[in-house]
Each structure stands twice: as C-alpha cells, then as structure tokens.
Design a protein around this ligand. Structure first.
Ligand code: FE
Ligand code: FE
Length: 207
C-alpha cells in the first residue's frame, strides 16, 4: 500500500506515512510494558472509585425504597474499602494513584444524576437508579477482572488477591441490586402502571 502511494504521490505519500508511523510509535512507547498498562488501569479504577464515593450518597438520598437506600449506603462503605485496597497496591508498587480521570465513570454517573433530577413515581425512579447503579457495577467488574488478570500475569499475587476480593464484592452488589429490582422495586413500579391503566380505562368509560 505504501509503495502504491509512493508511486502515485512520491513526495507527500512517503513523508506522510513516515510521520504517522513516528507519531504512533511515540504513543505506543509510553505503554511499552504490561506493568505500565497495569498501573495506568489501576489509576483509572482509583479515580472511578473516588468518583463513586461522591456519587453514592446522592443516590442513597434520591432513592425512595428503604432497602435501596441501604444498598447504596452499604456499597459506599465497601467502595471506601476498595479505595483502601488500591492504596495498598499502589504503596507496594511505589507508584502514585492519582493522575487519571475515568471518563467512563464520569459518563455513567452523569446518566445516574439525570435520573435523580427526574420528577415522577418514586418506584419508577428507583428502578431507574438501580439500572444506573448496575451499569456502574458492570463497568467495575470488567475493569477489576482485567487488572486482576494482569496482576496474576505479572506475578503480583497479593495484589491479585486484593483485586479479586473487590471483584467479588462488585459482583455481589450487582446481584443484590438485581434481587431488589426483581423482588421489590420493579413490582411496585409495575403496580403503578396498572393503577394508571385502570384509571384511564375508568375515565374513558365515563365519557
Ligand atoms: Fe468499587
Ligand atoms: Fe461498585
């Protein structure tokens, strides 16, 4: 392909492709070892967890179901422990935890906040909050799964154990939220729909 362009555009083509090659090599050089990628990804999760520490109290405040409020409060305490585990890992690595912003978590929290601003039926808002929280948990599960695997590959056994503990807790939280949705919140939200439907039928019959 490069020969083709070199033939067609001897000046611009070759220089252009070299410039691109140089540029991409430079970018890749920054993350030239799995260890560096591991540390970068840990920083990303560290930032994500700290964003959650700020967001979870707002979600707890916005939830109407007592059980859901409790679930958010409990997960806030767990999340603080997740940060402590990461601090421990960074301490052992001799690396700083700061310096990255997890854009994905920022977006997920933003979507969750939209739900908090909505005006509507309490149980419906709760169902939406659970959906937002589960998206967060799934993101964390993916992220922790990755760094746990990296830790294993790098022979960082203690870190792998700590990351696995957090991964398990994220999984449990996700499961608990599913149960809350299925057993309590969605049922109440659906009951609201049925009442609404009944009211509409009655009023249209009156006409
Ligand atoms: Fe977490
Ligand atoms: Fe979590």
């Amino acid at each position: 392909m490069r020969f083709y362009y070199a033939h067609r555009f001897p000046e611009a083509g070759v220089r252009g492709s070299f410039r691109t090659l140089e540029h991409s090599t430079k970018e890749i050089m920054k993350l030239d070892t799995l260890k560096k990628l591991y540390v970068e990804e840990l920083r990303d999760i560290y930032n994500a967890e700290n964003q959650l520490i700020k967001a979870l109290p707002k979600m707890a405040k916005g939830a109407s179901s007592a059980e859901l409020k409790q679930a958010f409060e409990d997960h806030l305490e767990q999340t603080k422990e997740h940060v402590e585990r990461l601090d421990e890992i960074f301490g052992r690595l001799g690396e700083k935890p700061n310096g990255k912003t997890c854009k994905a978590m920022k977006g997920l929290i933003e979507e969750g906040s939209e739900m908090l601003e909505e005006d509507g039926e309490e149980s419906v808002i709760d169902a939406g909050l659970i959906g937002a929280a589960q998206r967060v948990e799934h993101y964390e599960i993916a992220a922790y799964g990755t760094v746990r695997t990296f830790a294993n590959l790098l022979g960082e056994e203690e870190a792998a154990d700590l990351l696995q503990q957090t991964l398990d807790e994220e999984g449990e939280t996700d499961k608990h939220l599913s149960e809350l949705a299925e057993e309590v919140v969605n049922q109440e939200a659906l009951a609201g729909d049925e009442e609404e439907e009944e009211a509409t039928t009655t009023s249209s019959r009156r006409r």
